[in-house]
Design a protein around this ligand. Structure first.
Ligand code: NDP
Length: 497
């Protein structure tokens, strides 16, 4: 039976997942759908491959990961074109995303030994005759479940780090981006001579659910908060640890001493890049009274100049179902007293949504509290930065954020509830491989990227080793009352002040 095609809506056609462009309906590829037995078999194959992969050691893995990095760098434009074909993403946006992902592969490969490798640690009072040893051992097979909005950077934020740590990976990509995901897995498989170190299993949400129950050592999930809860519940059945990177509702705060041109430029990019389909996208801005009017005017002027369309700066909404959520948020905001100073509900013209800036929207409206995931922004006038912080922190999400200003900007950034903040820029923390990335509250927990991101993919293994006879045999029944009295005296002398 041939399925009815709606541009961008993935369908299963004769056991294959059919991926199409959201604007044109052009086919991006067909991929076999995995059943639960296929997922289990992939995990078993991964378990065998993990033994070989981990036996290569940090140097052997680094050499292969750097060859993968080079392959991606040399074929960057080919992959960017596939991102455009499959997800409708403007090629320039895809290039930046892929460049950032390549940098993460490079960093993880170069730093895995330093962060995870064996090291000796200092001993302590009662065990002075032992040496301490610490290393982070791989989980074996890690399940990575990814979203569609950044189909290269987001999964690789887990995959590159999990591989560097010595794990094999079974990857369940979004049903909206199977072609990009297959391309990534195939390119890695070439540098490991066809071994199943990184495998992909295609399909709908049930394939992700099967992966959670397939006996992997850990699940790294990126996607919506609702699905994150299902993943955590499924993994709880077997106490499989989880790393959850979920949605966001990031805010920008513009203080009185901000460079308003720079703030407006960064706000427009942070809110509208990738048509606003960005977990760390700026969805709300709070500008203090003295600069509010000028800031709104500059944002509207810059956002109004952006081109919309297949080859524009603002591409189509990748997931057709999201368009109704965006429409609902805009209509509700306007019905409740909000004003569109650019765009508005009539800017929703499927498969596109034109840039929209709303002001005077009540703080309890969906457009302020829920993830809109479109090229839309609310701006609110606030008395001062303290009020801005209170409002910015009053949502369930806590992912990233941004502050523009001089004197107090860093202090304000520290007060924002969330895992990351950018001062006088937006989104920049995601490109800094040296920094951890992750959220709090409904945005999830755990960290990808940086030292913390590497540690997510290794189990701490602690070993003590005797290096000489015990002077104070604390950890044995052989200790004498005199030795216990001596321990009491030493503890008092060392710690009693
Ligand atoms: P979803 O939660 O809909 O899907 C994420 C992944 O989970 C997909 O691969 C999906 O498969 C799979 N899945 C669906 N149901 C289940 C299930 N029951 N068990 C296991 N896996 C399942 O998110 P989207 O793909 O729509 O991605 C957008 C969301 O991702 C936004 O909320 C965005 O903020 C967030 N995100 C967060 C980031 C972060 O780092 N914090 C980064 C990027 C995005 P299928 O697609 O086949 O349904």
């Amino acid at each position: 039976m041939t399925a009815v095609r709606v541009p961008g809506v993935p369908v299963i056609d004769n056991g294959e997942l059919l991926s199409t462009n959201p604007a044109t309906g052009a086919e991006a590829g067909r991929f076999p759908v995995a059943g639960p037995a296929d997922v289990a078999a992939a995990v078993e194959r991964g378990r065998q491959a993990a033994q070989w992969w981990s036996s290569l050691g940090f140097a052997g893995r680094q050499a292969r990961l750097l060859r993968w990095r080079a392959a991606l760098a040399n074929r960057l434009t080919e992959l960017a074109e596939l991102c455009r074909l499959e997800g409708g993403k403007p090629v320039a946006d895809a290039v930046i995303e892929i460049a950032s992902a390549i940098d993460h592969i490079d960093w993880a490969a170069h730093n895995a030994r330093r962060v995870l490798g064996h090291r000796k640690v200092r001993s302590r009072l009662l065990v002075a005759e032992f040496s301490g040893h610490l290393e982070y051992q791989p989980y074996g097979v890690v399940g990575v479940i990814g979203p569609w909005n950044y189909p290269v950077l987001t999964p690789l934020g887990s995959i590159a780090y999990a591989l560097s740590a010595g794990n094999a990976v079974v990857f369940k990509p979004s049903e909206y981006t199977p072609a990009v995901s297959q391309w990534l897995v195939d390119s890695f498989t070439e540098v490991v001579d066809g071994r199943p170190v990184l495998q992909v299993v295609h399909g709908l949400g049930d394939v992700g659910a099967a992966l959670c129950r397939a006996g992997v050592g850990k699940v790294a999930f990126t996607g919506s908060t609702a699905t994150a809860k299902k993943v955590m519940a499924a993994c709880a059945e077997t106490l499989t640890p989880v790393l959850l990177e979920a949605g966001g509702k990031d805010a920008m705060i513009v203080d009185a001493d901000a460079d308003l041109d720079a703030a407006a430029q960064a706000c427009v990019w942070g809110a509208l890049t990738n048509a606003g389909q960005t977990c760390i996208g700026i969805e709300r801005a709070y500008a203090v009274e003295p600069v509010y009017d000028a800031f709104v005017a500059k944002v509207v002027e810059k956002a109004g100049r952006l081109t919309v369309g297949e080859d524009g700066e603002i591409g189509p909404i990748t997931m057709p179902g999201q368009i109704e959520i965006i429409r609902r948020h805009l209509e509700d905001a306007v019905a409740r007293g909000g004003r569109a100073v650019l765009g508005g509900p009539e800017a929703v013209r499927p498969p596109y949504v034109h840039p929209t800036v709303l002001v005077d929207v009540p703080e309890d409206a969906a457009a302020v509290r829920e993830e809109t995931f479109g090229p839309t922004l609310t701006i609110r006038r606030v008395r001062d930065a303290d009020e801005a912080v209170a409002l910015a922190n009053a949502v369930r999400y806590g992912l990233g954020g941004s502050v523009f200003g001089r004197r107090r900007a860093l202090a304000i950034a520290r007060q924002l509830r969330g895992g990351m903040a950018a001062v006088n820029s937006t989104l920049t923390f995601v490109g800094m491989s040296t920094l951890p990335f992750g959220g709090v509250g409904d945005s999830g927990f755990g960290r990808i990227h940086g030292d913390d991101g590497l540690r997510e993919f290794g189990r701490a293994k602690a070993i003590t080793r005797r290096r000489g006879p015990s002077l104070l045999p604390a950890m044995t029944f052989e200790r004498s009352p005199a030795q216990v009295a001596r321990i009491v005296a030493i503890v008092r002398r060392l710690y009693g002040r």
